[in-house]
Ligand binder design. Structure first.
Ligand code: ATP
Ligand code: MG
Length: 412
Protein backbone atom coordinates (compact mmCIF):
# COMPACT_ATOMS: atom_id res chain seq x y z
CA UNK A 1 0.00 0.00 0.00
CA UNK A 2 2.93 2.31 0.73
CA UNK A 3 4.20 1.68 -2.83
CA UNK A 4 0.95 2.74 -4.33
CA UNK A 5 0.82 5.92 -2.28
CA UNK A 6 4.31 6.86 -3.43
CA UNK A 7 3.61 6.13 -7.11
CA UNK A 8 0.30 8.01 -7.18
CA UNK A 9 1.51 11.60 -7.92
CA UNK A 10 3.60 10.48 -10.99
CA UNK A 11 0.52 9.25 -12.84
CA UNK A 12 -1.69 12.06 -14.17
CA UNK A 13 -3.97 10.50 -16.68
CA UNK A 14 -7.60 9.85 -15.74
CA UNK A 15 -7.22 6.20 -16.52
CA UNK A 16 -4.35 5.92 -14.08
CA UNK A 17 -6.19 7.76 -11.34
CA UNK A 18 -9.15 5.54 -11.89
CA UNK A 19 -6.95 2.47 -11.64
CA UNK A 20 -5.26 3.91 -8.59
CA UNK A 21 -8.51 4.65 -6.79
CA UNK A 22 -9.91 1.22 -7.64
CA UNK A 23 -6.87 -0.42 -6.16
CA UNK A 24 -7.09 1.76 -3.12
CA UNK A 25 -10.74 0.86 -2.59
CA UNK A 26 -10.08 -2.88 -2.83
CA UNK A 27 -7.16 -2.47 -0.47
CA UNK A 28 -9.26 -0.55 1.99
CA UNK A 29 -12.02 -3.12 1.71
CA UNK A 30 -9.56 -5.88 2.45
CA UNK A 31 -8.27 -3.95 5.37
CA UNK A 32 -11.79 -3.43 6.59
CA UNK A 33 -12.43 -7.16 6.42
CA UNK A 34 -9.23 -7.83 8.28
CA UNK A 35 -10.15 -5.40 11.02
CA UNK A 36 -13.60 -6.87 11.30
CA UNK A 37 -12.10 -10.31 11.69
CA UNK A 38 -9.84 -8.98 14.41
CA UNK A 39 -12.80 -7.37 16.08
CA UNK A 40 -14.66 -10.66 16.09
CA UNK A 41 -11.70 -12.40 17.62
CA UNK A 42 -11.38 -9.75 20.30
CA UNK A 43 -15.06 -10.02 20.98
CA UNK A 44 -14.90 -13.79 21.55
CA UNK A 45 -11.79 -13.38 23.66
CA UNK A 46 -13.65 -10.89 25.76
CA UNK A 47 -16.53 -13.30 26.22
CA UNK A 48 -14.11 -16.03 27.26
CA UNK A 49 -12.43 -13.76 29.80
CA UNK A 50 -15.80 -12.77 31.17
CA UNK A 51 -16.91 -16.35 31.73
CA UNK A 52 -13.53 -17.03 33.27
CA UNK A 53 -14.10 -14.14 35.61
CA UNK A 54 -17.49 -15.48 36.65
CA UNK A 55 -15.94 -18.87 37.32
CA UNK A 56 -13.21 -17.41 39.50
CA UNK A 57 -15.74 -15.36 41.38
CA UNK A 58 -17.79 -18.46 42.06
CA UNK A 59 -14.71 -20.31 43.25
CA UNK A 60 -13.79 -17.44 45.49
CA UNK A 61 -17.25 -17.50 47.05
CA UNK A 62 -16.95 -21.26 47.60
CA UNK A 63 -13.55 -20.94 49.25
CA UNK A 64 -14.80 -18.10 51.40
CA UNK A 65 -17.75 -20.13 52.61
CA UNK A 66 -15.44 -23.05 53.27
CA UNK A 67 -13.19 -20.85 55.38
CA UNK A 68 -16.30 -19.69 57.16
CA UNK A 69 -17.26 -23.28 57.85
CA UNK A 70 -13.81 -24.20 59.08
CA UNK A 71 -13.92 -21.27 61.44
CA UNK A 72 -17.29 -22.21 62.90
CA UNK A 73 -17.18 -23.84 66.35
CA UNK A 74 -17.47 -27.65 66.53
CA UNK A 75 -20.85 -29.26 67.14
CA UNK A 76 -21.43 -31.48 70.14
CA UNK A 77 -22.46 -35.08 69.48
CA UNK A 78 -25.44 -36.30 71.43
CA UNK A 79 -28.02 -39.04 71.52
CA UNK A 80 -31.78 -38.48 71.56
CA UNK A 81 -33.25 -40.10 74.65
CA UNK A 82 -36.84 -38.87 74.48
CA UNK A 83 -39.02 -36.82 72.14
CA UNK A 84 -41.57 -34.70 74.03
CA UNK A 85 -43.16 -32.91 71.11
CA UNK A 86 -42.16 -31.60 67.71
CA UNK A 87 -39.89 -28.91 69.05
CA UNK A 88 -38.72 -30.20 72.42
CA UNK A 89 -36.42 -33.15 72.71
CA UNK A 90 -34.37 -34.63 75.53
CA UNK A 91 -30.81 -35.43 74.51
CA UNK A 92 -27.81 -36.83 76.27
CA UNK A 93 -24.65 -35.06 75.22
CA UNK A 94 -21.49 -37.05 74.75
CA UNK A 95 -20.19 -35.66 78.03
CA UNK A 96 -22.96 -37.36 79.99
CA UNK A 97 -25.64 -34.96 81.31
CA UNK A 98 -29.10 -34.83 79.79
CA UNK A 99 -30.70 -31.67 78.39
CA UNK A 100 -34.06 -30.54 77.15
CA UNK A 101 -33.33 -28.82 73.84
CA UNK A 102 -35.08 -27.39 70.80
CA UNK A 103 -34.69 -28.71 67.31
CA UNK A 104 -34.22 -27.01 63.99
CA UNK A 105 -37.35 -26.82 61.87
CA UNK A 106 -35.44 -28.21 58.96
CA UNK A 107 -35.15 -31.60 60.63
CA UNK A 108 -37.72 -34.16 59.65
CA UNK A 109 -39.58 -35.00 62.89
CA UNK A 110 -39.82 -38.64 61.75
CA UNK A 111 -36.06 -38.93 62.01
CA UNK A 112 -36.05 -37.93 65.67
CA UNK A 113 -36.40 -41.16 67.56
CA UNK A 114 -34.87 -42.24 70.85
CA UNK A 115 -31.43 -43.69 70.24
CA UNK A 116 -30.63 -41.59 67.17
CA UNK A 117 -27.29 -39.78 67.11
CA UNK A 118 -27.40 -36.06 66.42
CA UNK A 119 -25.23 -32.97 66.43
CA UNK A 120 -25.92 -30.13 68.89
CA UNK A 121 -25.05 -26.49 68.82
CA UNK A 122 -22.33 -25.74 71.33
CA UNK A 123 -24.11 -22.95 73.14
CA UNK A 124 -27.81 -23.67 72.92
CA UNK A 125 -27.40 -27.45 72.45
CA UNK A 126 -30.20 -27.23 69.90
CA UNK A 127 -30.28 -30.14 67.50
CA UNK A 128 -28.62 -29.08 64.26
CA UNK A 129 -28.57 -32.30 62.32
CA UNK A 130 -29.40 -35.97 62.62
CA UNK A 131 -26.52 -38.33 61.94
CA UNK A 132 -26.82 -41.67 60.17
CA UNK A 133 -26.41 -44.71 62.42
CA UNK A 134 -22.91 -45.99 62.35
CA UNK A 135 -21.39 -49.25 63.41
CA UNK A 136 -18.13 -50.12 65.04
CA UNK A 137 -15.22 -49.99 62.58
CA UNK A 138 -14.61 -53.63 63.40
CA UNK A 139 -18.05 -54.54 62.06
CA UNK A 140 -17.33 -52.94 58.72
CA UNK A 141 -14.12 -54.96 58.59
CA UNK A 142 -16.17 -58.14 58.75
CA UNK A 143 -17.88 -57.53 55.48
CA UNK A 144 -16.29 -59.45 52.68
CA UNK A 145 -15.63 -57.14 49.77
CA UNK A 146 -13.57 -59.36 47.52
CA UNK A 147 -14.94 -62.85 47.24
CA UNK A 148 -12.44 -65.65 47.96
CA UNK A 149 -11.11 -67.77 45.12
CA UNK A 150 -12.19 -71.18 46.41
CA UNK A 151 -15.10 -72.80 44.61
CA UNK A 152 -17.00 -75.99 45.28
CA UNK A 153 -14.64 -77.70 42.82
CA UNK A 154 -11.77 -77.10 45.25
CA UNK A 155 -13.40 -79.27 47.89
CA UNK A 156 -12.85 -83.00 47.71
CA UNK A 157 -15.11 -85.75 49.01
CA UNK A 158 -17.81 -83.56 50.55
CA UNK A 159 -20.46 -83.69 47.81
CA UNK A 160 -23.32 -84.57 50.16
CA UNK A 161 -22.35 -81.79 52.57
CA UNK A 162 -22.05 -79.24 49.76
CA UNK A 163 -25.50 -80.21 48.57
CA UNK A 164 -26.88 -79.80 52.06
CA UNK A 165 -25.38 -76.39 52.70
CA UNK A 166 -26.54 -75.09 49.33
CA UNK A 167 -30.01 -76.29 50.11
CA UNK A 168 -30.05 -74.60 53.50
CA UNK A 169 -28.30 -71.34 52.61
CA UNK A 170 -28.67 -70.58 48.93
CA UNK A 171 -32.12 -71.95 48.18
CA UNK A 172 -34.00 -69.76 50.68
CA UNK A 173 -32.21 -66.69 49.32
CA UNK A 174 -32.62 -67.48 45.64
CA UNK A 175 -35.97 -69.32 45.59
CA UNK A 176 -38.02 -68.20 48.60
CA UNK A 177 -41.28 -69.00 46.80
CA UNK A 178 -40.55 -72.75 47.04
CA UNK A 179 -40.67 -72.51 50.83
CA UNK A 180 -43.78 -70.35 50.74
CA UNK A 181 -45.57 -72.88 48.57
CA UNK A 182 -44.77 -75.79 50.87
CA UNK A 183 -45.59 -73.62 53.85
CA UNK A 184 -42.46 -74.04 55.94
CA UNK A 185 -39.91 -71.52 57.04
CA UNK A 186 -36.41 -72.32 55.82
CA UNK A 187 -33.65 -73.31 58.26
CA UNK A 188 -32.17 -70.32 60.04
CA UNK A 189 -28.71 -71.40 60.89
CA UNK A 190 -26.27 -74.00 59.64
CA UNK A 191 -23.59 -75.46 61.89
CA UNK A 192 -20.60 -77.17 60.32
CA UNK A 193 -18.83 -79.44 62.76
CA UNK A 194 -16.11 -82.06 62.56
CA UNK A 195 -12.45 -82.70 63.31
CA UNK A 196 -9.85 -80.01 62.52
CA UNK A 197 -8.57 -79.61 58.99
CA UNK A 198 -11.47 -81.30 57.24
CA UNK A 199 -12.58 -78.32 55.18
CA UNK A 200 -15.15 -76.44 57.26
CA UNK A 201 -13.63 -73.01 56.72
CA UNK A 202 -12.92 -73.98 53.11
CA UNK A 203 -16.60 -74.82 52.58
CA UNK A 204 -17.67 -71.45 53.97
CA UNK A 205 -15.22 -69.70 51.67
CA UNK A 206 -16.69 -71.54 48.71
CA UNK A 207 -20.19 -70.48 49.77
CA UNK A 208 -18.95 -66.88 49.94
CA UNK A 209 -17.48 -67.23 46.46
CA UNK A 210 -20.61 -68.70 44.96
CA UNK A 211 -23.31 -66.57 46.55
CA UNK A 212 -24.64 -63.23 45.41
CA UNK A 213 -25.62 -62.29 48.95
CA UNK A 214 -23.51 -60.05 51.18
CA UNK A 215 -21.09 -62.11 53.21
CA UNK A 216 -19.99 -61.12 56.70
CA UNK A 217 -17.39 -63.28 58.39
CA UNK A 218 -16.16 -63.18 61.92
CA UNK A 219 -14.06 -65.44 64.10
CA UNK A 220 -15.70 -66.25 67.44
CA UNK A 221 -12.76 -64.96 69.42
CA UNK A 222 -13.07 -61.52 67.77
CA UNK A 223 -16.38 -61.12 69.57
CA UNK A 224 -14.73 -61.57 72.95
CA UNK A 225 -13.98 -58.06 74.15
CA UNK A 226 -12.24 -56.44 77.03
CA UNK A 227 -15.04 -54.31 78.44
CA UNK A 228 -18.41 -55.32 79.78
CA UNK A 229 -21.13 -55.29 77.17
CA UNK A 230 -18.78 -54.64 74.27
CA UNK A 231 -19.02 -58.17 72.87
CA UNK A 232 -22.80 -58.09 73.04
CA UNK A 233 -22.81 -54.73 71.28
CA UNK A 234 -20.61 -56.11 68.50
CA UNK A 235 -23.00 -59.04 68.01
CA UNK A 236 -25.98 -56.69 67.88
CA UNK A 237 -24.31 -54.38 65.38
CA UNK A 238 -23.19 -57.32 63.27
CA UNK A 239 -26.78 -58.52 62.97
CA UNK A 240 -28.04 -54.97 62.36
CA UNK A 241 -25.63 -54.50 59.50
CA UNK A 242 -26.52 -57.91 58.08
CA UNK A 243 -30.19 -57.01 58.24
CA UNK A 244 -29.56 -53.69 56.57
CA UNK A 245 -27.62 -55.37 53.75
CA UNK A 246 -30.01 -58.33 53.40
CA UNK A 247 -29.91 -60.76 51.72
CA UNK A 248 -26.79 -61.63 53.62
CA UNK A 249 -24.91 -64.50 55.19
CA UNK A 250 -23.07 -64.28 58.52
CA UNK A 251 -20.28 -66.78 58.98
CA UNK A 252 -18.97 -67.31 62.52
CA UNK A 253 -15.84 -69.44 62.47
CA UNK A 254 -14.67 -71.26 65.63
CA UNK A 255 -17.94 -70.48 67.37
CA UNK A 256 -16.83 -72.48 70.43
CA UNK A 257 -14.88 -69.38 71.52
CA UNK A 258 -18.18 -67.79 72.62
CA UNK A 259 -20.59 -70.70 72.42
CA UNK A 260 -19.23 -72.91 75.17
CA UNK A 261 -21.47 -74.29 77.93
CA UNK A 262 -22.54 -71.65 80.36
CA UNK A 263 -21.64 -72.62 83.89
CA UNK A 264 -21.47 -70.96 87.27
CA UNK A 265 -18.13 -69.48 86.47
CA UNK A 266 -17.14 -66.53 88.58
CA UNK A 267 -14.37 -64.82 86.63
CA UNK A 268 -15.56 -61.63 85.03
CA UNK A 269 -14.01 -62.65 81.71
CA UNK A 270 -16.17 -65.75 81.54
CA UNK A 271 -19.25 -63.78 82.41
CA UNK A 272 -18.54 -61.33 79.59
CA UNK A 273 -18.26 -64.24 77.14
CA UNK A 274 -21.58 -65.55 78.41
CA UNK A 275 -23.22 -62.18 77.89
CA UNK A 276 -21.96 -62.19 74.31
CA UNK A 277 -23.43 -65.66 73.81
CA UNK A 278 -26.77 -64.57 75.24
CA UNK A 279 -26.87 -61.68 72.81
CA UNK A 280 -26.17 -64.12 70.00
CA UNK A 281 -29.01 -66.38 71.17
CA UNK A 282 -31.35 -63.42 71.37
CA UNK A 283 -30.37 -62.18 67.92
CA UNK A 284 -30.83 -65.63 66.40
CA UNK A 285 -34.46 -65.89 67.44
CA UNK A 286 -35.34 -62.75 69.29
CA UNK A 287 -38.29 -60.49 68.78
CA UNK A 288 -36.89 -59.00 65.64
CA UNK A 289 -37.54 -60.78 62.42
CA UNK A 290 -34.17 -61.44 60.91
CA UNK A 291 -35.38 -61.28 57.33
CA UNK A 292 -33.04 -62.61 54.73
CA UNK A 293 -30.11 -63.20 57.05
CA UNK A 294 -28.59 -66.67 57.15
CA UNK A 295 -26.10 -67.77 59.73
CA UNK A 296 -23.38 -70.32 59.13
CA UNK A 297 -21.04 -71.33 61.93
CA UNK A 298 -18.14 -73.74 62.15
CA UNK A 299 -16.58 -75.54 65.10
CA UNK A 300 -14.48 -78.55 65.85
CA UNK A 301 -15.79 -78.83 69.42
CA UNK A 302 -19.50 -79.38 69.09
CA UNK A 303 -19.37 -81.31 72.38
CA UNK A 304 -18.70 -78.15 74.40
CA UNK A 305 -21.29 -75.98 72.65
CA UNK A 306 -24.19 -74.68 74.72
CA UNK A 307 -27.36 -76.73 74.19
CA UNK A 308 -29.37 -73.56 73.65
CA UNK A 309 -27.40 -72.84 70.48
CA UNK A 310 -28.21 -76.21 69.01
CA UNK A 311 -31.91 -76.28 69.51
CA UNK A 312 -34.21 -76.00 66.49
CA UNK A 313 -34.84 -72.40 65.57
CA UNK A 314 -31.21 -71.48 66.00
CA UNK A 315 -28.71 -73.80 64.36
CA UNK A 316 -31.31 -76.15 63.03
CA UNK A 317 -29.20 -77.63 60.27
CA UNK A 318 -26.16 -79.46 61.53
CA UNK A 319 -23.78 -80.71 58.92
CA UNK A 320 -21.06 -83.06 59.99
CA UNK A 321 -17.81 -82.71 58.08
CA UNK A 322 -16.13 -86.03 58.84
CA UNK A 323 -12.57 -87.16 58.24
CA UNK A 324 -12.33 -88.13 54.58
CA UNK A 325 -12.68 -91.82 53.66
CA UNK A 326 -10.66 -93.53 50.96
CA UNK A 327 -12.66 -91.98 48.11
CA UNK A 328 -12.63 -88.59 49.82
CA UNK A 329 -8.87 -88.66 50.32
CA UNK A 330 -8.43 -89.61 46.68
CA UNK A 331 -10.57 -86.65 45.61
CA UNK A 332 -8.62 -84.27 47.89
CA UNK A 333 -5.29 -85.59 46.59
CA UNK A 334 -6.49 -85.05 43.03
CA UNK A 335 -7.38 -81.45 43.85
CA UNK A 336 -4.05 -80.67 45.47
CA UNK A 337 -1.97 -82.39 42.77
CA UNK A 338 -3.95 -80.69 40.00
CA UNK A 339 -1.28 -78.08 39.42
CA UNK A 340 1.67 -80.31 40.30
CA UNK A 341 3.97 -81.91 37.81
CA UNK A 342 3.67 -85.52 38.96
CA UNK A 343 5.36 -88.54 37.44
CA UNK A 344 3.52 -91.45 35.85
CA UNK A 345 4.53 -93.86 38.61
CA UNK A 346 2.55 -91.93 41.23
CA UNK A 347 -0.51 -93.88 42.29
CA UNK A 348 -2.88 -91.57 44.15
CA UNK A 349 -5.18 -94.44 45.15
CA UNK A 350 -2.22 -96.12 46.85
CA UNK A 351 -1.33 -92.87 48.67
CA UNK A 352 -4.92 -92.53 49.77
CA UNK A 353 -4.79 -96.08 51.21
CA UNK A 354 -1.59 -95.24 53.11
CA UNK A 355 -3.03 -92.08 54.67
CA UNK A 356 -5.90 -93.62 56.60
CA UNK A 357 -7.08 -91.21 59.30
CA UNK A 358 -5.43 -88.12 57.81
CA UNK A 359 -7.48 -85.00 57.16
CA UNK A 360 -7.59 -82.64 54.20
CA UNK A 361 -5.01 -80.28 55.64
CA UNK A 362 -2.59 -83.22 56.17
CA UNK A 363 -3.08 -84.36 52.60
CA UNK A 364 -2.30 -80.90 51.33
CA UNK A 365 0.83 -80.85 53.49
CA UNK A 366 1.87 -84.25 52.07
CA UNK A 367 1.56 -82.95 48.51
CA UNK A 368 3.60 -79.88 49.43
CA UNK A 369 6.28 -81.92 51.19
CA UNK A 370 6.52 -84.28 48.22
CA UNK A 371 7.09 -81.26 46.02
CA UNK A 372 9.80 -80.04 48.41
CA UNK A 373 11.59 -83.41 48.21
CA UNK A 374 11.57 -83.18 44.42
CA UNK A 375 12.99 -79.66 44.56
CA UNK A 376 15.68 -80.79 46.96
CA UNK A 377 16.73 -83.47 44.46
CA UNK A 378 16.67 -80.84 41.71
CA UNK A 379 13.97 -82.64 39.80
CA UNK A 380 10.99 -80.93 38.27
CA UNK A 381 8.80 -84.03 38.35
CA UNK A 382 7.42 -85.34 41.65
CA UNK A 383 7.62 -89.12 41.75
CA UNK A 384 6.17 -91.87 43.90
CA UNK A 385 9.22 -92.02 46.18
CA UNK A 386 8.81 -88.32 47.08
CA UNK A 387 5.26 -88.98 48.17
CA UNK A 388 6.31 -91.96 50.31
CA UNK A 389 8.99 -89.85 52.01
CA UNK A 390 6.46 -87.07 52.58
CA UNK A 391 3.98 -89.48 54.19
CA UNK A 392 6.73 -90.82 56.47
CA UNK A 393 7.89 -87.33 57.38
CA UNK A 394 4.42 -86.14 58.19
CA UNK A 395 3.54 -89.08 60.41
CA UNK A 396 6.86 -88.69 62.26
CA UNK A 397 6.19 -84.97 62.71
CA UNK A 398 2.75 -85.72 64.03
CA UNK A 399 4.06 -88.28 66.56
CA UNK A 400 6.75 -85.94 67.80
CA UNK A 401 4.26 -83.13 68.14
CA UNK A 402 1.96 -85.37 70.11
CA UNK A 403 4.79 -86.34 72.43
CA UNK A 404 5.61 -82.71 73.07
CA UNK A 405 2.10 -81.82 74.15
CA UNK A 406 1.85 -84.62 76.70
CA UNK A 407 5.30 -83.64 77.90
CA UNK A 408 4.13 -80.08 78.34
CA UNK A 409 1.04 -81.09 80.24
CA UNK A 410 3.08 -83.01 82.78
CA UNK A 411 4.81 -79.84 83.83
CA UNK A 412 1.91 -77.48 83.42
N1 ATP B 1 -12.19 -81.61 51.68
C1 ATP B 1 -11.11 -80.90 51.32
N2 ATP B 1 -10.82 -80.72 50.02
C2 ATP B 1 -9.73 -80.02 49.65
N3 ATP B 1 -8.88 -79.45 50.50
C3 ATP B 1 -9.12 -79.58 51.82
C4 ATP B 1 -10.24 -80.32 52.29
N4 ATP B 1 -10.24 -80.28 53.64
C5 ATP B 1 -9.17 -79.55 53.99
N5 ATP B 1 -8.49 -79.14 52.92
C6 ATP B 1 -7.24 -78.35 52.94
O1 ATP B 1 -6.91 -78.09 54.27
C7 ATP B 1 -6.88 -76.69 54.54
C8 ATP B 1 -7.48 -76.41 55.90
O2 ATP B 1 -8.85 -76.69 55.92
P1 ATP B 1 -9.90 -75.80 56.71
O3 ATP B 1 -9.28 -74.53 57.09
O4 ATP B 1 -11.17 -75.76 55.97
O5 ATP B 1 -10.07 -76.69 58.02
P2 ATP B 1 -11.16 -76.56 59.15
O6 ATP B 1 -12.09 -77.72 58.98
O7 ATP B 1 -11.74 -75.20 59.13
O8 ATP B 1 -10.28 -76.80 60.42
P3 ATP B 1 -10.43 -76.13 61.85
O9 ATP B 1 -11.56 -76.86 62.51
O10 ATP B 1 -9.13 -76.44 62.49
O11 ATP B 1 -10.68 -74.69 61.66
C9 ATP B 1 -7.68 -76.07 53.44
O12 ATP B 1 -7.20 -74.79 53.14
C10 ATP B 1 -7.47 -77.02 52.27
O13 ATP B 1 -6.31 -76.68 51.54
MG1 MG C 1 -11.58 -73.53 60.35
Amino acid sequence: MGDIARQAPEKDTGEDIYQYLLERITNLENRNLELREQYRQMESEKRYVETQKIRYERELRKLKSEIEQLRSPPLVIGTVTDVIDNSRVIVRSSAGPRFLVRTSQLIDPDLLKPGVRCTLNQQSLAIVDVLPTSYDAQIYGMELVESPEETYENIGGLEAQIEEIREAVELPLTKPHLFEKVGISPPKGVLLYGPPGTGKTLLARAVAHQTNAHFLRVVGSELVQKYIGEGARLVRELFDLAKQKAPSIIFIDEIDAIGAHRNDSTTSGDREVQRTLMQLLAEMDGFDNRGDVKIVAATNRIDILDRALLRPGRFDRMIEIPLPDHQGRLAILKIHTRNMNIGEDVNLAEISRLTEGKNGADLRAICMEAGMFAIRMERDVVNSEDFMKAIDKLSVDFDRHHFHTTFGEMFA
